[in-house]
Design a binder for this molecule. Structure first.
Ligand code: SF4
Length: 360
């Protein structure tokens, strides 16, 4: 797996990755404990490491943390939305949220200077605030990697335990800067325990980010012996809207950003790949295939909050009672409603985001 690649992951690959990298499956008993989390209920989060530590902390009313972040190299899109909402959901479940603006990574991976990344950072932070992140200091800590001495310090401290062979085995051969950025991420993930003492920590990520989790767990085990091993939840990655394997900047039809004109968003959603049949007759006779349909997937991930309604639409599709044209239209309405409401909330939070990042 390559955390910097734009390649997607086939549905069949997930089982193999779970086995190969020793990820624990999110079994039914575990799921039942946290059904108030919509990503878990809908099986978008399918695997984890050390989630039992979080349950223990919740049962014993002890502190626990959720930590994740964003690389400020562009506006929010549906992929970044998944992680952001997971952070907000875990914060609502009782975690303190740690949110990192990974501007060292956007330099190493995308060549954006820290200054160039600032506007994206403000924009991205305003997005997650609009999604409901509680930014009060007792509930959240937000930082930019370039301005946070703790994470740089960790990079040097754990660096003496890291060899070129280790990094090659985890990431393959990469520019040295990306290796450094991955050690900075070790700092990001251990920061909650460095700042606020040993406590269970969960990192919600897409499966492609597992190399960072494995590296961090290995180095935490060896360097921070009193710390909890950082845990993780893994979600399935959304394929591209047009049916390609991943939403990617290289393919503008595969995704839309939150800042795009509404008519462009509408056009892309309408142009999505569906699981529909050749014509109306066939659709009514055979039913559609929602499992492979991007309209169904984006509703399930983000735009249909009501489980029952989603299940009804699934059934109606399979039975041939729902036609793609009609479903696309109603999906577009829900997407645009969300985007319009989100923009209104976000507009009011831009100044707050600037203030939280210490940018004038
Ligand atoms: S009816 Fe809806 S869910 Fe079914 S294939 Fe068509 S667009 Fe997808």
């Amino acid at each position: 797996m390559d955390p910097w690649s734009s390649q997607g992951i086939d549905e069949e690959e997930y089982d193999r990755l779970i086995e190969e990298f020793g990820i624990s499956r999110l079994d039914e008993i575990t799921r039942q404990k946290i059904l108030n989390n919509r990503f878990i209920r809908r099986k978008i989060i399918f695997g984890h490491r050390s989630i039992e530590d979080i349950f223990k902390a919740m049962e014993q009313n002890k502190p626990w943390a959720v930590i994740s972040g964003i690389k400020p190299s562009g506006p929010f899109h549906l992929g970044t939305l998944t992680t952001a909402l997971e952070i907000v959901e875990f914060q609502k479940m009782g975690a303190k949220a740690y949110y990192c603006i990974a501007d060292i990574e956007s330099w190493e991976d995308n060549g954006l200077t820290y200054e160039e990344a600032e506007e994206y950072a403000v924009d991205n932070l305003a997005d997650i605030l609009a999604l409901g992140l509680d930014y009060s200091p007792e509930k959240a800590y937000i930082w930019r990697q370039s301005q946070e001495p703790i994470v740089k310090d960790v990079c040097f401290k754990v660096g003496r335990l890291v060899t070129q062979n280790m990094l090659n085995a985890i990431y393959g051969e990469k520019p040295f800067g990306l290796y450094l950025a991955s050690l900075i991420q070790v700092g990001d993930i251990t920061l909650p325990q460095i700042m606020d003492g040993p406590q269970p920590t969960i990192v919600p990520v897409g499966i492609d980010q597992d190399p960072h989790i494995r590296l961090t767990r290995d180095l935490t085990r060896r360097y921070y012996k009193k710390f909890f091993l950082p845990g993780a939840t893994y979600h399935k990655l959304l394929p591209g809207l047009d049916g390609t394997d991943k939403m990617s900047k290289r393919n503008p039809n595969s995704y839309f950003t939150f800042n795009e004109p509404l008519n462009s968003i509408e056009k892309k959603v309408r142009g999505s790949f569906t699981g529909g049949r050749k014509n109306r007759e066939e659709q009514e006779q055979l039913g559609g295939i929602p499992q492979i349909c991007m309209i169904y997937k984006i509703l399930m991930y983000h735009f249909e909050p009501d489980d029952e309604k989603l299940a009804e639409e699934f059934e109606a599709c399979v039975k041939g009672e729902l036609l793609c044209g009609h479903h696309k239209k109603s999906c577009v309405e829900r997407v645009l409603k969300f985007i319009k409401e989100h923009r209104k909330k976000k507009e009011k939070l831009i100044d707050k985001a600037r203030e939280l990042l210490d940018l004038d």
